[in-house]
Design a protein around this ligand. Sequence first.
Ligand code: HEC
Ligand code: HEC
Ligand SMILES: [Ca+2]
Ligand SMILES: [Ca+2]
Ligand SMILES: [Ca+2]
Length: 462
Amino acid sequence: MVRRWLTPWLVLVSVGCGRPDKDVTFPEVSLVLAGGDTTIKNRTSSAFTAPATNLNEEEFNLHGEGDILFEGEFVMAPAPVRPGLGPTFNNTSCRGCHVRNGRGMPVLGENGTLRSPILVRVSLDPTALDRFPEARSLQGPGHGPYPVPGFGTQIQNHAVFGHEPEIGLSLSWEEATGTYPDGSPYTLRKPILGYSGSAEKLAVMQDSGVLRSIRQTPPVVGLGLLEAIPDQTLIDNEDPDDADGDGISGRLNRVWDPVAKTIAIGRFGWKASAPSLIVQTGNAFADDMGVKNPLAPDADGSIEISEDIVRKTAFYTQTLAVPDRIRTNPSALEGEKVFHQIACTGCHTPSLSTDGSSSIAALQNQTFAAFTDLMLHDMGEGLADGRPDYLASGQEWRTPPLWGLGLTGTILPQSGYLHDGRARTLEEAILWHGGEAEASRKAFEKLPKNERGQVIDFLKSL
Ligand code: HEC
Ligand code: HEC
Ligand SMILES: [Ca+2]
Ligand SMILES: [Ca+2]
Ligand SMILES: [Ca+2]
């Protein structure tokens, strides 16, 4: 059944400003190699799995060791290799979700078959603390989200033999239709979560104070470059009060860094809640696979793998090559101009640079085309998850990098776009843009059909 849950769209598309007239710095930007010197020429289904092309021998070898860990299936302890899975978990390997190092797909696996390439984050609204008083003592340092008693901050919907998953999850979809100003119709969909488990657990999930957020697995290429952008570059680009009046008020997330033991700029995850790849990796081992480690130990301090293993796995994600874009499609090159003209670049920053400070030589002094500002933006009610994470509100998301976007279907045809994989096509992903991206989306909708196609061709060329 088709339901219109956002009828105002039909009104919104017919009002508003035209195409913003901006000075366009084109075509210089398109000459930047997608991943600087790390770039590889590969448009096949293995395009995301190559080591950066400029690694030295030592880096190359370390990358190879990390590759094995990223791919390996973990099993219940005690075990001679890769121990520590569970008792509850979402998947048994990094690769199980980051398929061929790309994104997952918007389905939830059942025990014994396909596992979960997406996961659900949960937390307690502070106003519900009187109903869940034990949550106060569960909050970690740095004022992160309040864990939900019995669930923590992430639902593990799988368990090893002899244990129970936290709760069973299912996904269904709600569809809605809309029309472009030129009369062309479109259909959008969004996910609805379902639960199965004991009455006690279902009651917790039905509590309005329990906030939840569905997250699709993002690709992992180029992340070392994003990590090596100097803090100051990002801070200089912040515009929290929209001082330049372009309707876009990007700001950085600031989160607890368990390594530095201080608040740091958040860069990774759909809400930029992880400050570094080592922290993201430590948390992935512990939360997604149940493998406790020195970066994310068990409550009693116990660990199941060494810090060396976490570091090697993180190194792998720091040193993957970025595939270069297609540079010969005239429609895509026209589309790149339009992408600038309708101010998609207000958030999807065409190029950024690292300085010489990275401990990884291959990442030093690189200029690359990630098409992200790593900033949080209010994307409107349509995309809201209602679950704040450090400074990120329930409507804010980090601009995702767009490099490699055109390879999505080649790497895993069932993948979706946006934080929960709701968008089946790039066009749907754009049509969901609201909030600070409202003007940009409206400008896209008003384009003649052939120019909309050029923008899509540009995205597919990345
Ligand atoms: C259950 C599926 C799943 C597993 C298993 C998993 N990930 Fe992820 N990964 C995700 C999701 C979902 C996100 C986005 C998280 C968020 O938004 O907070 C993510 C985010 C990331 C990111 C940040 C990407 C970005 O663009 O910000 C990195 C790096 C990463 N994972 C590495 C790993 C590593 C290393 C492992 C294995 C130790 C792993 N992941 C295991 C699902 C998974
Ligand atoms: C105000 C900032 C902003 C502007 C302007 C903006 N975007 Fe985005 N874009 C985002 C954010 C934030 C997301 C992630 C939203 C989510 O996942 O819910 C996103 C997601 C996307 C995605 C999906 C990426 C993925 O990995 O799934 C595409 C494609 C995209 N944008 C293209 C565009 C195009 C084309 C334009 C211009 C019409 C544009 N964006 C304008 C911030 C912006
Ligand atoms: Ca374990
Ligand atoms: Ca949990
Ligand atoms: Ca601004």
